[in-house]
Design a protein. Structure first.
Lengths: 435, 154
């Protein structure tokens, strides 16, 4: 069989079929990639190439970034960071109409700056914030919707696990990706706060005001998160200004999280074992996906699928703006049936070269892709965050949670459009701060 | 969970965890050393080796626990029999993939074995890492096969 784009398209179709049939994502990527390489190059080169990918992937220095940030998150979780972030935000804005929903968003942003995961942020902040909002008479739709949407901030706010994976598979600077995510993460958070403000202005009954906390209570809550905030500032700030590389930042973050756990008397052998176990299990899952994705991307590049798709797009004669809108629509459609990592790893080898042909950088594409992935987390039929929230509030029907998240999805789409119209939103900070 | 599985899991967590904690400590000391003027030469090479150990073990642990990410959209809506068949199909494909990776890893290891590969500064030998990669890949393939046939017995 020759290295033809048609073979590549068959491979993409087969991959989609495998994924939908529930084959593990890494296995599906690896099998299609390896099978395709055997068909195109022959058995010996395919086996040798995959053996090389396996060893080189595991021996990459930056691979340590992911598990170390995960360990940091696990330790902060053990230190009850999610509760503290929500409590502090609730003390400051909780008394306003919709304030507890806003505090949930702020809590998600704060905890997201530790976990780097959308699902973990939604689940942990949800467990703390949802009962609180319901106790104060918030409408279920607003309470669940704001948490499902807010949880996606975990994916964008550094240290985002998705951005680390994107950096590894595309060989882009993880530090630049983190810095590039800061403004989009901030504007995304602000857009959610604006949505809540609009909702409570139009329908005040959905979010009754609560008692105002005294300034002493506020400062007490702020003191409880001071150590965590300092850790986040050092880790993210240190990467942005070039004090250390992302891998080193992850190590520094872990050491900081250890010290916080010690200071809060939350560190025990059992805690450490649980943290290490969860970290290894999750990072192992992602490593298998990365190995599979790298084999798959070798197959895609050998078959010339990217060039064929790029030529088709060029022949359409559309402007870069229209091309990017079409790509966004494509990502949103595929993202409604594939989970985030699957979407990233299937589409990146094909779309990244096309995006670069349009004059946009890989760093921008990483942010754009993660933003599109986030929307997939909150819209059906996949919408994993919706299921996570339903797991926390079993008595709230999924339809009500989805109705609650709809205004946030509208904000998401506008935010994605802003990212397309103003690439500087992602690229300005890395440009200004690059050491 | 059987006694053997629990012991295996404990060994994997201890070994992989030791790799992670080593990477954390060495990178932390390297950052501190660099900023106070005592750079830790070769720290990257130690971290690479530690991350290699924890990464190999992490993949093995995930496979032993069948904790791989998959798309549930269709599968969760299938009848139990079809769901089991799909699960087994995925596990067998996983075994096939890792057996192929095992073959590739052994091939490369045999080619490189006489070359005395080592890192530049600290001369960390690569042979143990290659052996670990081969062992972990074989272990992952066995784990996939074990779970595929175990589900068949059920």
């Amino acid at each position: 069989m020759t290295a033809d784009p048609a073979v590549g398209f068959i491979g993409v179709g087969l991959l989609l079929a495998f994924l939908v049939l529930g084959v593990p994502i890494g296995v599906a990527l690896g099998c299609v990639g390896l099978g395709g390489l055997v068909a195109v190059l022959g058995l010996e080169p395919a086996l040798i190439k995959s053996g090389v990918v396996m060893f080189e992937t595991l021996s990459r220095y930056e691979l340590g970034t992911l598990p170390l940030f995960m360990l940091m998150a696990q330790l902060c979780f053990a230190a009850e960071a999610s509760r503290d972030f929500f409590d502090a935000a609730a003390r400051f804005v909780g008394h306003r109409r919709g304030g507890l929903a806003m505090a949930s968003i702020l809590g998600c942003a704060g905890f997201g700056a530790i976990t780097g995961s959308s699902l973990a942020t939604t689940a942990t902040v949800g467990m703390v914030a949802l009962p609180e909002m319901r106790r104060h008479g918030y409408a279920d739709s607003l309470a669940t919707g704001s948490l499902a949407a807010g949880g996606t901030l975990g994916q964008m706010v550094p240290p985002s696990g998705a951005l680390i994976v994107f950096g590894i598979i595309t060989e882009q600077s993880i530090g630049k990706l983190f810095t590039a995510a800061l403004l989009p993460g901030l504007t995304q958070m602000l857009s959610y706060l604006a949505v809540i403000a609009i909702i409570v202005t139009l329908r005040p009954s959905v979010a009754p005001p609560t008692a105002r906390a005294s300034w002493s209570e506020r400062f007490a809550a702020l003191r409880r998160v001071a150590d965590l905030l300092a850790l986040i500032v050092v880790v993210i700030g240190g990467i942005s200004v070039g004090w250390f590389t992302p891998s080193e930042a992850a190590a520094v973050g872990c050491i900081g999280a250890f010290l916080i756990c010690l200071a809060r008397r939350r560190l025990s052998w059992a805690t450490l074992r649980t943290a290490l176990h969860s970290t290894l299990r999750t990072s192992g899952m992602i490593y298998v996906i990365i190995v599979g994705a790298l084999i798959f991307s070798v197959f895609i590049s050998v078959t010339g699928v990217t060039e064929a798709v790029g030529a088709q797009i060029t022949s359409l004669g559309t402007s870069p703006l229209v091309t990017m809108i079409l790509i966004a629509v494509f990502l949103l459609i595929v993202g409604s049936v594939l989970d985030g990592l699957g979407l990233m790893l299937l589409t990146t080898p094909i779309l990244l070269p096309i995006v670069e042909q349009q004059g946009l950088s890989a760093i921008w594409f990483g942010i754009f892709l993660v933003r599109a992935m986030e929307i997939g987390f909150v819209h059906p039929p996949l919408g994993l965050n919706l299921y996570v929230i339903q797991g926390v509030a079993n008595d709230v029907p999924l339809g009500k949670i989805f109705r609650g998240v709809l205004p946030f999805i509208a904000a998401d789409l506008m935010h994605l459009m802003m990212l397309i119209l103003f690439p500087a939103l992602a690229l300005a900070l890395p440009h200004w701060l690059s050491p | 969970m059987s006694g053997f599985s629990r012991r295996l899991e404990n060994v994997l967590v201890a070994t992989g965890g030791a790799g992670l904690l080593t990477a954390m400590t060495v990178d932390g000391i390297a950052v501190f050393g660099r900023h106070v003027g005592w750079p830790l030469l070769g720290s990257i090479e130690i971290v690479q080796a530690a991350v290699f150990v924890s990464g190999s073990i992490a993949m093995l642990l995930t496979s032993a626990m069948v904790a791989h990410a998959r798309v549930h959209l269709l599968v969760d809506r299938l009848p139990a029999g079809a769901r089991t068949a799909m699960r087994r199909f995925g596990l067998l494909l996983g075994a096939l993939l890792f057996l192929a990776l095992l073959a590739g890893s052994i091939w490369i290891a045999m080619d490189m074995w006489p070359g005395h590969e080592e890192s530049e500064l600290l001369h960390v030998p690569y042979k143990p890492l290659r052996v670990l990669a081969v062992g972990a890949t074989a272990g992952i393939a066995v784990a996939f096969l074990f779970h595929a046939f175990r589900s068949e017995r059920r």
